[in-house]
Design a protein around this ligand. Structure first.
Ligand code: G6Q
Length: 550
């Protein structure tokens, strides 16, 4: 992987940042703004359709210099190039990481192990486009001859969160005579509630699974097939008109009974949580149509190109990633919040939780050495303004430091009276209140009695980024998602971890498989788990057998 990178704590910029932090930590944003009247304009950056105001961060120009040096000493530039060159930067799975190839222009050349993958990407996009056009026009008919009106995506994790988020985000552009549902949880309620008001004759299932072996998805897919076929008096031939698959595993797709002519493929160099713009986005394309899908890809690509080519100091994802490291490792921030002031982005925080935490929730370096610093923070969020009337209290007046990303759009998709001005006024007010707070003197001057002053004082000095985009178009969504993808990548490079594997998901899966037969009434074998798990298994098995309350 090229030049050797010094361990994080030994990099000169890291040490310099420690000393710098000791000096800066006690300085208030009020002071930093007072000392530099142009700060709000200078500490801002606009690229690829995104305006980032990062002036309300606890930084100076020196902090930025040091953070950029840290990125250089961490080999960020080389690692970006290695990713785009198709090197196997996912070391623990020995794979290339090329979600950027999913949005490369038709004529581009991106090699994976010597093969240009761009033509394959565009071939799948064309098949998806042809299928979407047919279905959206009502030409893809169900087995009984009815047009398809309901589309149910069955998938989990990366094969669910992206499609759900993108469907909600782009609902404004969706074809309204089609209904979309998303089934992910192995809890039967998810499936039952999703189909209870649907007609099997008008319902198409997309079974989305990279591996086509995931327990939850396969269980839901079997239930879906049983439900669908029952609608045709058990006629198995109906499956061909009501099931399509998105997968890398043609053998398993065929075994399930889906004609591989109705399968849309992708590749092992697309990680699940980086796959919403691959065939996993079939439901998105069905909802908004091939042209909007293409604009979304174009938006992703613009941000990719910006990330690949812009100097680190003027590189949006790199800057956001470095600021995240600054709070995580120097201020000890445990969490980071993302608040979209846009109702259509209501699932964006949930989507980001997987993207950020499955990528950077790692405790060993690329070489397998235990890290001696914190890695990925806990990401969370909700759309504004709702959060303001719930947990923002803790951010404003609690004892923890929570850096926030506030995301807003200049133009509303649903103009309605003064709603949008109120929404934007709120996003600006929150950033201002977080940074500058309200001093005891200000509270007193408003006539508060002395005893009440501490309660009404806001310390401020709470950092935030404000992200402004013009309008929530498909392209804007692409830019925003790519911004966070590369932000996460930047953080992972500084920490020298593998942001593209997810071994942490495995152990629970293996243990669950071993427990299933014990709950299905085959406890003949002695229970070999720990005493707590054994007792719970017995309690549940008894409850199920006797029909008694647990
Ligand atoms: C994402 C993960 C994980 C994956 C799901 C579903 O990066 O790999 O969330 O997407 O486990 O996997 P399948 O698509 O193989 O069913």
């Amino acid at each position: 992987m090229g030049t050797t990178i010094a361990p994080l704590l030994a990099r000169p910029a890291w040490r310099a940042l420690q000393a710098h932090h000791a000096q800066l930590a006690s300085r208030h944003l009020r002071e930093l703004f007072a000392a530099d009247p142009g700060r709000g304009e200078r500490f801002a950056l606009e690229a690829a359709g995104v305006y980032l105001d990062y002036s309300k961060n606890r930084i100076t120009a020196d902090t930025l210099d040091l953070l950029v040096q840290l990125a250089e000493q961490s080999g960020l530039r080389e690692r970006i190039d290695a990713m785009f060159r198709g090197e196997h930067i996912n070391v623990s799975e020995n794979r290339a990481v090329l979600h950027v190839a999913l949005r490369a222009a038709r004529g581009a050349c991106i090699l994976v192990d010597g093969t240009n993958v761009v033509p394959q990407v565009h071939a799948v996009l064309e098949r998806m486009g042809a299928f979407s056009a047919q279905l959206r026009a009502g030409h893809w008919r169900g087995y009984g001859g009815k047009p398809i009106r309901n589309i149910v995506n069955v998938g989990i994790g990366g094969s669910d969160l992206g499609p759900v988020m993108a469907y909600e985000a782009l609902r404004h552009y969706s074809q309204r005579n089609l209904q979309f549902r998303f089934v992910s949880n192995v809890d039967g309620t998810d499936f039952v509630e999703s189909v209870r008001d649907l007609d099997p004759g008008e319902t198409l299932f997309i079974i989305s699974s990279k591996t086509f072996t995931t327990l939850e998805t396969m269980t839901n897919a079997q239930s879906a097939r049983a439900w669908s076929v029952a609608g045709f008096a058990g006629d198995q031939k109906s499956v061909a008109r009501h099931f399509v698959a998105v997968s890398t595993n043609a053998t398993e797709v065929a075994k399930f009974g889906i004609d591989t002519a109705n399968m849309f493929g992708f590749w092992d160099w697309v990680g699940g949580r980086y796959s919403m713009d691959s065939a996993i986005g079939l439901s998105t394309m069905l909802a908004v149509g091939p042209e909007h899908f293409a604009s979304m890809l174009q938006g992703f690509h613009e941000m990719d190109e910006h990330f690949r080519t812009a100097p680190l100091r003027r590189n949006l994802p790199a800057l956001m990633g470095l600021l995240a490291v600054w709070y995580n490792n120097f201020f000890g921030a445990q969490t980071a919040a993302v608040f979209p002031y846009e109702q259509y982005l209501k699932r964006f925080p949930a989507y980001l939780q997987q993207l950020t935490m499955e990528s950077n929730g790692k405790h060993v370096t690329l070489e397998g050495r235990r890290v001696d610093y914190d890695t990925g923070p806990i990401y969370w969020g909700e759309p504004g303004t709702n959060g303001q009337h719930s947990f923002y209290q803790l951010i404003h007046q609690g004892t923890r430091l929570i850096p926030c990303d506030l995301i807003a759009f200049l133009r509303p998709l649903n103009p309605l009276g003064v709603h949008h001005e109120l929404l934007l006024a709120n996003v600006l007010a929150q950033g201002e209140a977080l940074a500058f707070g309200k001093t005891a003197e200000e509270v007193k001057a408003e006539g508060s009695p002395d005893w009440l002053v501490p309660h009404r004082t806001f310390e401020g000095n709470r950092p935030s980024n404000t992200l402004l985009l013009e309008e929530l178009t498909p392209a804007a969504l692409g830019r925003l998602v790519a911004l966070y993808e590369h932000n996460v990548f930047t953080q992972g490079v500084i920490w020298q971890i593998d942001s593209f594997d997810q071994w942490g998901v495995e152990l629970g899966k293996v243990l669950a498989k071993a427990i299933v037969p014990l709950l299905q009434g085959h406890p003949a074998a002695p229970l070999t788990h720990d005493s707590s798990t054994n007792a719970l298994i017995r309690r549940i098995a008894r409850g199920a057998r006797d029909g008694g309350a647990v």
